[in-house]
Design a protein around this ligand. Structure first.
Ligand code: SF4
Length: 297
């Protein structure tokens, strides 16, 4: 069983650091408090998530993946942000709902899952919009079980298939096995995607994949192995092309460029053959630094 409470060694995610987060930090780089870097309406998620005034995003500091090409490295690896209490997190959730957010979107929440549950316990009875859990998918199934009944929409980013690839860019050989088991648990909790007549997602699991330069074959492998474990009608999918080289990408020549249209379309065309009912593509113009949010909390 994963460990969630303060003063006990943290095993909340597959890194299993086993450290006391009141005294030390583990791979995710943050202690026992809650640190957030941005609260605001966000227009750039998939249209089924960012409709109306936008998705109500809360960006958390730290990350249990720390990918070498992270576009949010300012907060994932350099830990920008401000410490807040569970009560303040609950207030921010209500603030976003009052601003007209289409949903509450927790971005990179894995290492705060227990705190998020505590905050939601304070405000759940006042919420009328869906809760979105926007994660790298490098999650433990038993930690996700804690979120059952709290999360309406899971947005797992299925990053890699090959253990060599996940080790090279994120330092974890066991990524795919953990991610696919996590997605199975997400689907068990949410059921099939529920997207209403206006195209607004109310419930379900939307699996994303960011196509990486030189690695479109790994993306194809990720999707072909996804459908070996998950019925394609049980999830929506989104193939993203917003990659641009940043953070430590210059040390990895094969990913130190944008992706080509050909690389992107090879993944998209393959995904189209798999029988997903709902799928999203991204405009190539989104591969710009301008689309990285400003972390100004
Ligand atoms: S949540 Fe952080 S400290 Fe806990 S196991 Fe994962 S990386 Fe380690």
């Amino acid at each position: 069983m994963a460990n969630f409470s303060a003063n006990t060694p943290c095993t909340l995610c597959p890194r299993n650091c086993n450290i006391d987060r009141t005294r030390n930090v583990g791979y995710c780089g943050v202690g026992d408090g809650i640190k957030i870097a941005r609260v605001g309406l966000h227009a750039w998620e998939e249209p089924c998530i960012s409709y109306g005034k936008g998705s109500g995003t809360i960006f958390f500091s730290g990350c249990n993946m720390r990918c070498v090409f992270c576009q949010n490295c300012e907060i994932s690896s350099y830990f920008g942000g401000k410490e807040i209490s569970v009560e303040t997190l609950a207030d921010e959730i209500l603030f976003l709902q009052n601003m007209g957010a289409s949903n509450i979107n927790f971005v990179t929440p894995t290492h705060y899952a227990d705190k998020i549950v505590s905050a939601l316990d304070l405000v759940k009875h006042k919420l009328v919009i869906p809760i979105v859990y926007n994660t790298s998918a490098y999650e433990k199934t038993e930690s996700l079980k804690m979120l059952e009944g709290y999360v309406d929409i899971y947005l797992p980013d299925l990053k890699y298939f090959s253990p060599e690839v996940s080790k090279r860019y994120s330092g974890c050989e066991d990524y795919f096995e953990n991610a696919i088991s996590a997605i199975e648990e997400m689907v068990r909790q949410t059921g099939k995607p529920l997207i209403d007549e206006k195209g607004h997602m109310k419930k379900g699991t939307l699996v994303r994949h960011l196509v990486l330069p030189s690695l479109y074959k790994d993306g194809i492998d990720a999707f072909s192995n996804l459908v070996k474990r998950i019925d394609p009608t049980d999830v929506a999918v989104s193939v993203m092309c917003q990659y641009f080289p940043t953070h430590k990408a210059e040390n990895y020549p094969e990913i130190n460029r944008r992706i080509t249209t050909l690389e992107y379309m090879k993944v998209v065309d393959f995904v189209r053959t798999l029988g997903f009912r709902y799928g999203f593509m991204q405009d190539r113009s989104s591969a710009k630094k301008d689309y990285v949010p400003i972390f100004d909390y």
